[in-house]
Design a protein around this ligand. Structure first.
Ligand SMILES: NC(=O)C1=CN([C@@H]2O[C@H](COP(=O)(O)OP(=O)(O)OC[C@H]3O[C@@H](n4cnc5c(N)ncnc54)[C@H](O)[C@@H]3O)[C@@H](O)[C@H]2O)C=CC1
Ligand SMILES: O=CC(=O)O
Length: 325
């Protein structure tokens, strides 16, 4: 049997590299341009690409690609045209479940931080402006007793809901905005009876906090646009750990600047790594550089899953964590 060959598009933590090296030859080529990625996957040198969620695999590229599989290091796979991959016999795998807690924890961090103005307070202190406790200093908003709206009650959405209930929040959700379908108690599991499903319009208008956990698809692109932002409470906080294009970033800048909503906590951006310049100037935008799953144990788990996917696909087997079309 010929040696299996793996292309890895960014250095990943152990046990990923060891699993791949035990199975074949590994080339780690961090920082490739789109053109270099194209050359690499069309050149016939590799069996499988272990990719990042920032590596774009368009239908055009997949039509030319000479690889058996793509093992995405992440759960979101909007960077891959999965229908085209299936059409060309290229398997796709991802890393679900293992990153739910880390990402949900980050969503809560953004929610609390934006509500309590943690980033502003930290900058204030570092700028040596702290002159003692003042009743009116950096007053924020409470979460206890407030209503959290969750868009996308999947794995991470549910993990956020469990945490929010612990903070004494009322939790409501919309499953497939804007096309609602009723979610059964069985699907909700331990959350059944503790969370309420509402239509998208109601979620937008009545939530004090709106947290996004939908995948990026055609239907969810600009799900939160100027119209939605206008219909949110002026005291509302928007949290996005899903994907940047789910929010119209220009409209968000306008809404934050005009006080249409109170604040936003964002881990993802429309044109990463670029950030809409207006956002950087706004004190009511709490911004993080896409670190939802950036926790050591989580990243090691993702590395193991992605590597196991890659090895199986290189051998022509079904990956253990497949993306089903
Ligand atoms: N900031 C970060 O570092 C991270 C971001 N993510 C993002 O979070 C997203 C959610 O992850 P999971 O909870 O694991 O996904 P999931 O598939 O378990 O949940 C997504 C939910 O959104 C619902 N949904 C809403 N609108 C939909 C539509 N138009 N089409 C299809 N489904 C729709 C689905 O029914 C599902 O319940 C990922 O796709 C990814 O983009 C995930 C991990 C880390
Ligand atoms: O954005 C990260 C992911 O796992 O998806």
């Amino acid at each position: 049997m010929s040696t299996l060959r793996f292309l890895v598009t960014q250095q990943i933590p152990e046990p990923g590299p060891s699993i791949l090296r035990d199975a074949g030859d590994v080339e780690i080529r961090s920082g490739m341009s789109a053109e270099e990625l194209r050359e690499a996957v069309t050149g016939g040198e590799y069996d499988v690409a272990l990719s990042q969620t920032s590596d774009a695999f368009s239908a055009e590229l997949l039509g030319e690609a000479r690889i058996r599989g793509i093992a995405n290091y992440g759960v979101g796979y909007n960077n891959i045209d999965v229908a085209a991959a299936a059409q060309h016999g290229i398997a796709v795998g991802n890393t679900p479940d293992v990153l739910d807690d880390a990402t949900a924890n980050l969503a809560v961090l953004l929610l609390l931080g934006a509500a309590r103005r943690a980033h502003e307070a930290s900058e204030f202190l570092r700028a040596a402006r702290f002159e003692g406790l003042r009743p009116g200093l950096l007053v924020g908003q409470d979460v206890t007793g407030a209503t959290l709206g969750i868009a996308g009650m999947g794995r991470i959405g549910k993990a956020v809901a469990r945490r929010a209930l612990g903070f004494g929040m009322t939790v409501q959700f919309t499953q497939r905005p804007p096309h609602d379908r009723v979610v059964s108690d069985e699907e909700l599991g331990e959350l059944a009876g503790h969370v309420t499903q509402v239509p998208w319009d109601e979620l937008v208008a009545t939530s004090d906090y709106l947290s996004l956990h939908v995948p990026l698809t055609e239907q969810t692109t600009h799900l939160v646009d100027a119209d939605v932002l206008r219909r949110m409470k002026s005291t509302a906080v928007l949290v996005n750990t899903a994907r940047g294009p789910v929010v119209d970033e220009k409209a968000l800048v306008h809404a934050l600047r005009e006080g249409q909503i109170f604040a936003a906590g964002l881990d993802v951006f429309e044109n990463e790594p670029a950030v809409e310049p207006g956002l950087l100037e706004l004190p009511n935008a709490f911004l993080l550089p896409h670190i939802g799953s950036a926790e050591a144990g989580t990243r090691a788990g993702m590395a193991r899953m992605a590597a196991e996917n890659a090895v199986a696909m290189a051998r022509g087997e079904k990956p253990p964590y497949p993306v089903e079309v």
